[in-house]
Design a binder for this molecule. Structure first.
Ligand code: PGA
Length: 253
């Protein structure tokens, strides 16, 4: 499976800074082979970043989406509006679940609406530190995945349209990366859970949470880790490119 390295810019950069960063990412990763690359800027940047990246290998994604196609939902952005601006959309990021109260059910509705609109969807799941301490990691990611896929009803998704990002909440933005063994254990579990829920034989599963140029290669050496969702390090083109480079040899062959 071609590894995917996605940069989640979160609520950072002005439009102008985002365009500059996107160009720098394209330039710094131009020699990369055998790796898929995406950047996820804020909604406000999507058109400009898409234009800046035209003709490059760097894809564009959105950080969130709403579950209705149109209507009286002030401030929200629908999957239909994203069509043409980006190919990929993230849903269920822990900052949205924990800071904004997004529920498992809402994440499922976002997944279903985005797939209906022809977008590729990255569903983020992961446990808090307390949940890990209580040995609830598997039950939490199972609950999050089951709720997400339940929203699809009987229509099984196309395997290439769904990516899962395992992001332990305690590792996000903290500098405390999961060990490769911890990340592998849960990513392997997620593949089995996705297969049971959807029939997708081997879903693409990324790890996210304090991925850096220093720890990336050891994570990518694990068999069930098919890339990374990168936050902080995606704001520096050189660091992001180093993570992309670390993914290329590890999964090739
Ligand atoms: P981080 O963020 O790399 O800064 O830990 C990852 C994410 O939230 O997707």
């Amino acid at each position: 499976m071609t590894p995917l390295i996605a940069g989640n810019w979160k609520m950072n950069t002005t439009v102008e800074e985002g365009v500059t960063l996107a160009r720098a990412v394209a330039e710094a990763t131009a020699e990369a082979r055998g790796v898929a690359i995406a950047v996820l800027p804020p909604f406000t940047h999507l058109a400009a970043v898409r234009d800046a990246l035209r003709g490059t290998a760097v894809a564009v994604g959105a950080q969130d989406v709403f579950w209705e196609d149109s209507g009286a939902f002030t401030g929200e952005v629908s999957p239909l509006m994203l069509r043409g601006l980006c190919d990929l959309v993230l849903t269920g990021h822990s900052e949205r679940r924990h800071l904004l109260g997004e529920t498992d059910e809402q994440v499922g509705r976002k997944l279903a609406a985005s797939l209906r609109a022809g977008l590729r969807v990255m569903v983020a799941v992961g446990e808090t530190e307390g949940e890990r301490d209580r040995d609830e990691t598997f039950s939490v990611v199972d609950r999050q995945l089951q709720a997400a896929f339940a929203a699809l009803g009987d229509a099984p998704p196309n395997g290439s349209d769904v990516v899962v990002a395992y992001e332990p909440v305690w590792a996000i933005g903290t500098g405390r990366t999961a060990t490769p063994e911890q990340a592998e254990e849960v990513c392997g579990h997620i593949k089995v859970a996705v297969r049971a829920a959807t029939g997708i034989e081997s879903a693409q599963v990324l790890y996210g949470g304090s991925v850096t140029p220093v720890n990336a290669a050891s994570l990518f050496a694990e068999p069930s880790i098919d890339g990374a969702l990168v936050g902080g390090a995606s704001l520096k083109a050189a660091d992001f490119a180093a993570i992309v480079a670390a993914a290329a040899p590890a999964v090739a062959g």
